[in-house]
Structures are given as C-alpha cells and as structure tokens.
Ligand binder design. Structure first.
Ligand SMILES: [Zn+2]
Ligand SMILES: [Zn+2]
Ligand SMILES: [Zn+2]
Length: 169
C-alpha cells in the first residue's frame, strides 16, 4: 500500500465536547497500524499502549503521566521504555512533542514527517489542535531557505482559547 492510499478524512481541529472520541481513537490507531505495516515497522505492544494512552483525549500528556497510565495495566514501565516508544512514534510522525508543555500528543493528520506543524493550544481546557497548513509550511520553508537555514523542528505553538471554551464562557 502506498502512503498516499493512507490519506484520511479531514477532522475538526477542535472536535466538539461529547463527540464520538472512541471513533477518533480507533481511526488514529488504524492509521498507525497501516503506516507501520506500509513501512515494515513494528507497532509493538508498548508502542501501541503509549499511542492508545495519548489517544484517550485531545489533550497532551507528559512522559510521567504516560507511565502512570501504563502502570494501570500492571507493571510500572521504566521511563526509558516510554521514551523509546515515544521516539519511535515521533520518528513515524504519529506523535508530536509540545515543547512548551513538555508533553506529547498523537498526530491525527496524515502529513509528511518533518512538515511544519502549527499547534493551537487552549489555555482553558488544555486541548491542543493541530492546524496543518500548506501555506504556512511554504512560508516557513521559504523564509528558512532564504536565510540558508535548515529547520529541524518546524513547530509553532500558539496559545489562546478554543471555540468550545469561548462559546461556554
Ligand atoms: Zn476525539
Ligand atoms: Zn501532525
Ligand atoms: Zn478549550
């Protein structure tokens, strides 16, 4: 299967509270399985569990919160186990790191690894929306190229209030 064939339907950047999140999580997990199969990579049980834990909501989790979630299954995993699983998931473009929160979030978009990513971070509910934009990506690439600069982690984090929190205020 080509990666083009793995394209997914667009999702709301901030899904409404009470949306069918089981569906979001199941779709994202199916996507991860397809990506790993297409690349002959193994979604081992611990990698899968880390991804599942991140898919429990649209809010990011820190490494120690992930350890706590996985500890609920039985044995408490060592931090290195979690970090290795996160490294793998990030290399595959399935998880992103939110630098300002020192936390991780499952990517729900099917974009190329290394594509610039814009995170919209709600200061009220903690939800993080990933706004993929080809125009923003092109602008960043152009500006970097003009400066003779090779961007490594093209991630933009924007803080504010999501539409659902604004509506509830
Ligand atoms: Zn959801
Ligand atoms: Zn992403
Ligand atoms: Zn919010």
């Amino acid at each position: 299967m080509t990666e083009r064939g793995l394209a997914r339907k667009t999702q709301a950047i901030f899904p409404a509270p009470g949306h069918d999140h089981g569906r979001c999580a199941a779709d994202a997990l199916a996507h991860a399985e397809a990506i790993c199969a297409a690349r002959s990579e193994r979604l081992t049980p611990v990698r899968r569990r880390v991804l599942e834990a991140l898919l429990e909501s649209h809010a990011p989790l820190g490494a120690y919160e992930l350890i706590d979630r996985l500890a609920a299954d039985g044995a408490r995993p060592a931090p290195i186990t979690i970090y290795r699983a996160l490294d793998f998931l990030r290399e595959q473009g399935l998880v992103h790191r939110i630098e300002s929160r020192n936390a991780f979030i499952a990517c729900v978009h099917n974009h190329a690894i290394g594509d610039p990513v814009v995170f919209l971070i709600c200061e009220k509910c903690g939800a993080v929306g990933e706004a993929g934009s080809a125009a923003v990506a092109d602008t960043i690439r152009g500006a970097s190229r003009a400066a003779g600069f090779t961007p490594k982690t093209p991630v933009i984090e924007i803080f504010g209030i999501c539409a659902h929190c604004k509506a509830a205020a």
